[in-house]
Design a protein around this ligand. Structure first.
Ligand code: AMP
Ligand code: MG
Length: 422
């Protein structure tokens, strides 16, 4: 069942949280807020499954033949010598079972996908047998059950093939089809409002005024949200004016499950977003010991969850991937994502402050030794967006680490593990 968020679910006491504590707090406090709906299979791709997918029957439904050739009974074969079997009239093909029963000492012509004829338990490819008039000669050494696909070897009747909370990939939808399902129960997409804030921001396509920069965050976040299966409402750029920000935040909170902003989320003079959320709903700053980061703002605007991301594009992306993405996934009914990290030797050296987790933009290279190494992208300012386009993923350096030396194994998380796909 979709559940409402508890009031002020982002309230917490500690001054500063580790990344793991922050993720655990989010994980324990949010669940699906969206209703379920039933959709045809073709519309189920990329959606989050809301039901356990249980097989109503064995798949495959019957023992069948895996080759084009001949079927026979293992018991008829000589242990160490070729066996001559009489070829009986007829054949079995996919969709056309053999009507009778195979008599002892006989073989039947069969095609791939045909139900294994009654009385037979193996099959051999036509290339592997010798045809001799109205008989076939089977070489010695055939195993019992050779080229037989067993009923239920893929899925047994009653088995849960897919758990609720997974994002349906094409192969998952295919499994539902093998169960005869033409519809699946999925979660309704999360409705997310997306806002950029800042007087300096200009819409791409428009001429730049003095001191202005193009809004990059909204395009990036739009793509990341779509990749999560969210339905995004683009609320554009709001200027740094208290009334305009409050109006947009009210509108965003009313009709959506979540509101994502970038910029204006510090405590500076022009940071109206957080003030508006504070006034209209509940607001909490989380000091998370990560770099790049800054306080991340979490809150509620009516029934909508609010996440205020930093304005600097790189910080906005990293904070989105590490914190907003799992939160939104859970709100949308998905299982909490645990991205896999791969240990890869570092092709760099660096010193690191202890007590905080650091995310480095990183690229994979093939070293002269033929192995995969990971390089840190040198240009690391959090406004340098091309550092992200040069990267293949993030290196995650744990809190207690103080230095990295060349060759040290470091944890590399590919962008694909973070849902960043083309
Ligand atoms: P703020 O968090 O609003 O103080 O912004 C921090 C920095 O990020 C400033 O240099 C902003 O110009 C920049 N910034 C904020 N929002 C965006 C955006 N949507 N696209 C590109 N840069 C941005
Ligand atoms: Mg700003």
């Amino acid at each position: 069942m979709a559940r409402a968020l508890i009031d002020d679910c982002f309230a917490h006491h500690p001054e500063r949280l580790s990344a793991a504590q922050a993720l655990e707090l989010l994980r324990s406090r949010v669940g699906p807020v969206v209703a379920r709906e039933t959709v045809p299979l073709v519309e189920a791709h990329g959606r989050i499954l809301a039901e356990p997918l249980i097989s109503p029957r064995d798949v495959p439904g019957f023992d069948n033949v895996a080759v084009d050739g001949f079927a026979f009974a293992h018991a008829d074969l000589a242990a160490a010598a070729p066996t001559r079997l009489a070829l009986i009239e007829g054949r079995a093909a996919a969709g056309h079972p053999f009507a009778g029963r195979l008599p002892a000492g006989a073989a039947l012509r069969v095609l791939t996908g045909a139900p294994m004829p009654e009385g037979a338990d193996c099959a051999l490819m036509q290339e592997d047998v010798e045809l001799d008039g109205d008989a076939v000669v089977i070489p010695p050494g055939v195993k019992l059950g050779a080229n037989r696909r067993r009923a239920g070897e893929d899925v047994r009747a009653g088995q849960v093939a897919l758990e609720p909370g997974i994002r349906l990939r094409p192969q998952d939808v295919g499994v539902a089809a093998t169960f005869g399902r033409d519809r699946l129960e999925v979660f309704r997409p999360l409705e997310v409002a997306l806002v950029s804030t800042g007087d300096e921001l200009c819409e791409p396509g428009a001429p730049l005024g003095p001191g202005e920069t193009y809004d990059a965050n909204r395009s990036i976040l739009f793509g990341l949200l779509q990749g999560l299966g969210c339905r995004v409402t683009d609320l554009g750029i709001v200027p740094d004016r208290a009334d305009a920000v409050a109006r947009t935040m009210r509108e965003a909170g009313a009709g959506h499950d979540a509101v994502i902003t970038s910029g204006g989320a510090s405590r500076g003079d022009e940071d109206h977003v957080v003030r508006a959320v504070d006034r209209l709903g509940q607001l909490h700053f989380w000091q998370i010991a990560v770099k790049p980061g800054r306080p991340l703002a979490f809150g509620q605007l009516g029934r909508a969850v609010f996440v205020g991301l930093p304005g600097n594009p790189v910080a906005a992306v990293v904070c989105f991937l590490r914190f907003a993405r799992p939160l939104l996934t859970a709100l949308g009914g998905g299982r909490w994502p645990e991205p896999h990290a791969f240990l890869v030797p570092a092709d760099f050296a660096m010193k690191k402050k202890p007590d905080r987790r650091e995310y480095l933009r990183a690229r994979l290279i093939t070293g002269p030794d033929g192995r995969t190494w990971v390089q840190r992208i040198e240009r690391e300012g959090s406004g340098i967006l091309t550092s992200l386009t040069e990267a293949d993923g993030l290196v995650e350096l744990p809190e207690d680490l103080r230095r990295v030396d060349p060759g040290d194994p470091v944890e590399f998380v590919p962008f694909s593990e973070l849902g960043v796909l083309g």
